[in-house]
Write a protein of this length. Structure first.
Length: 324
């Protein structure tokens, strides 16, 4: 890959999601349509546009069992989540106050649509019949859609569409939705790293995009707050509303179900995973479903502690971390 691709969009040089989301600063003006067409379309996606990866899926991932079931459920639900993000963010394009914000959210809509596509396409590589693909995703994700996606998307959409608050909607999506979900995406890339490199690459590509989404969303909020400090109470109110919503959602029920399947499935691959560390000093085989879930929760808190003060709202850290 040529060196004129920005570091944050370069497949080989981009930071991981946790580091990039905490440290990278990007603006909507920087990440315009021209940036996306060159840095993303010709950089990040080179050789991976259709499938999201440039490797092969091991045969055992197509065999029935808990490991395959865990990944099928994860990819199906993530595909539904990304498709719902497309629908929600389309309202952001409509509500954007200027060309820079409009172009950026157009590119984010494309990013989320591509994520949904590559998650679906990998299900085909796992042996899901093409003629049943959409039906299976919808059926297996019906409860997840009703109990998780519907409330989240209604909240984010209502802020921009019904309340007419573009900045507030950006904050909701950046701080509450992507900010809470991003660590789980990082964990996905790490835990599938050896078991299914294709799935790990797909997660890697999505994470590179999410770094950009989080960084630009943060800058939009930060810049608005610097110009309009009187907006701070409204922003804090929205963060509280978002946190209360998350507290009501049974996210752990869905994630832990998949993690228990993963736990059972990875036990059949102890030789492959013998020395593999999900993070320095901790072997994946030694972790439990609950520990991995708690790890993602801690990463969420770490991101909040780093990003929210940088956005100009340090008082929001306790809201996200403790719920108060």
């Amino acid at each position: 890959m040529t060196t004129d691709i920005p570091l944050e969009a370069d497949w080989d040089r981009a930071p991981n999601l946790l580091d990039g989301a905490q440290e990278l600063t990007l603006t909507a003006g920087q990440c315009d349509l021209a940036y996306w067409l060159s840095a993303v379309a010709q950089g990040t996606l080179r050789g991976r546009a259709r499938r999201g990866h440039a490797t092969t899926t091991p045969p055992y991932m197509r065999e029935p069992g808990p490991l395959r079931e865990a990944l099928v459920l994860e990819l199906g639900n993530r595909s539904l989540s990304e498709l719902r993000a497309v629908q929600v963010l389309s309202h952001y394009v409509i509500g954007a106050p200027g060309p820079a914000e409009t172009e950026f959210f157009v590119t984010q809509v494309v990013d989320e649509a591509r994520h949904s596509m590559v998650f679906r396409n990998h299900l085909l590589e796992l042996g899901v019949p093409a003629e049943r693909l959409h039906e299976q995703i919808a059926q297996e994700g019906a409860d997840y859609t009703k109990r998780i996606l519907d409330p989240i998307s209604e909240f984010a959409t209502s802020v921009v569409r019904d309340e007419g608050d573009f900045i507030g909607a950006v904050a909701v999506f950046t701080i509450v939705i992507e900010g809470v979900l991003a660590p789980a995406a990082e964990l996905s890339e790490r835990k599938w790293g050896l078991l299914d490199r294709a799935a790990a690459e797909i997660a890697r590509g999505a994470s590179i995009d999410e770094i950009r989404h989080l960084a630009v969303g943060s800058s939009i909020v930060r810049e608005h707050l610097a110009r309009h400090p009187e907006y701070r109470p409204r922003l804090i109110e929205l963060v509280r509303r978002g946190r209360r919503l998350w507290d009501e959602l049974p996210v752990d029920e869905f994630v832990l179900h998949r993690e228990h399947l993963f736990q059972e499935g990875m036990a059949a691959h102890t030789e492959l995973l013998a020395d593999y560390e999900v993070f320095p000093g901790r072997r994946l085989l030694e972790t439990t479903a609950e520990e991995r879930y708690d790890l993602a929760e801690r990463w969420t808190d770490d991101m909040a502690r780093a990003r929210l003060p940088e956005m100009g709202i340090p008082e929001a850290v306790d809201i996200i971390v403790t719920g108060h």
